[in-house]
Design a protein around this ligand. Structure first.
Ligand SMILES: [Zn+2]
Length: 330
């Protein structure tokens, strides 16, 4: 998969920092251990001297075998003395060694010239981070969602009370998050006026999915259209860029505020392609919008609306602006 130079450099920096940290921590452990057990440092020095002597013995030949045998014995004695010291200090056997975050590649990012899985994960994280930079992800959870702001009386005669509807939606979303599976979970359409908690619930789902280790991208329609437009402009090839790839390949895409972006033929076709490609690949998307079906059809196309209608679970948020009520209550 193609990553931009910026992302590769950031991942390399993070890897380098990780390695340096592993080394620094080992140095700190060694320093404190040697100050308490000076004999341990002597043993280490003797061990490296024996290694040098062994190499020399091999080179000089004559009595090599005898000499090697003797060195091996003294080496083993030193090793067990050190092991005993570590044990008496109550620390693990590898206490003086470097403990890498990834023992496979020793925090180099590559093993035998091949990219290690930890490096792939770092690249993915960097890419997601860039796309998620604009989301208030940390602020929204199911616990902080309150149903108290939704009215008990139906908005129109014979209608369902907003509170009842929102309880159902809240339960549905919580369940959706708890059982989220990128291969099985359906796409959702959250519809309703501003300030009814669509962003809050979609971010709570995002947070839960991230917690399970899935790759989630949150973007508002105006932001992502702006970003893609800029990338397209910069890229001489005019072909798929990193953002496109992540928008299509992430486990869950949250497309917030659909319909609030400036309508152009670019935005309209980009939105259609994004939603359609994810449907084709059976990857879930959560769309939230203030627009009704009719308004969506007017701003985009009948084609998009029928794709959404036929393939998304529709959640219709009810109530009057919760944010305004919160402000009045305070
Ligand atoms: Zn690794």
């Amino acid at each position: 998969m193609g990553y931009s130079k910026e992302i590769i450099e950031a991942a390399n920096r993070a890897m380098e920092q990780r390695r340096r940290q592993s080394i620094t921590k080992a140095e700190q452990r060694r320093r404190s251990f040697f100050s308490r057990y000076p004999r341990a440092l002597e043993i280490e020095r003797e061990l490296s001297r024996t290694a040098a002597k062994a190499a020399k013995a091999v080179l000089t030949g004559s009595n090599a075998r005898l000499e090697l045998e003797r060195l091996k014995e003294s080496n083993q004695a030193l090793q067990s003395e050190l092991a005993a010291l570590l044990k008496s200090a109550g620390v693990s056997e590898d206490y003086l060694e470097i403990r890498y975050a990834c023992p496979l590649c020793k925090d180099e990012g590559y093993v035998d010239g091949k990219m290690c899985s930890c490096m792939k994960q770092l690249l993915r994280d960097e890419a997601y981070q860039r796309l998620n930079a604009l989301s208030p992800l940390s602020l929204s959870s199911f616990d902080t969602f309150s149903l108290d702001y939704y009215g008990e009386a139906p908005l129109k005669a014979g209608g369902i009370p907003p509170k009842k509807r929102m309880e159902d939606i809240y339960r549905y979303c919580k369940n959706y998050a708890a059982n989220f599976d990128p291969q099985l979970s359906p796409s959702l359409l959250m519809q309703g006026a501003t300030g009814l908690g669509k962003t809050h619930l979609s971010l709570a789902i995002a947070r839960a999915a991230i917690g399970k280790g899935f790759g989630v991208i949150y973007c508002s329609a105006p932001n992502i259209i702006g970003k893609l437009e800029k990338e397209r402009f910069r890229s001489a090839r005019g072909s798929a860029d990193e953002s496109d790839v992540y928008l299509l390949e992430c486990d869950l895409l949250i497309l917030d505020d659909l319909g609030t972006e400036f309508p152009t033929s670019f935005s309209s076709s980009t939105i259609y392609n994004m939603i359609n490609s994810r449907l084709m690949a059976s990857r879930p998307t959560i769309i939230s919008t203030n627009l009704t079906m009719r308004e969506l059809e007017k701003q985009y196309s009948q084609r998009l609306v029928s794709r959404i209608m036929g393939n998304h679970v529709r959640l219709e948020f009810l109530g009057s602006d919760v944010r305004q009520k919160k402000r009045l209550i305070r």
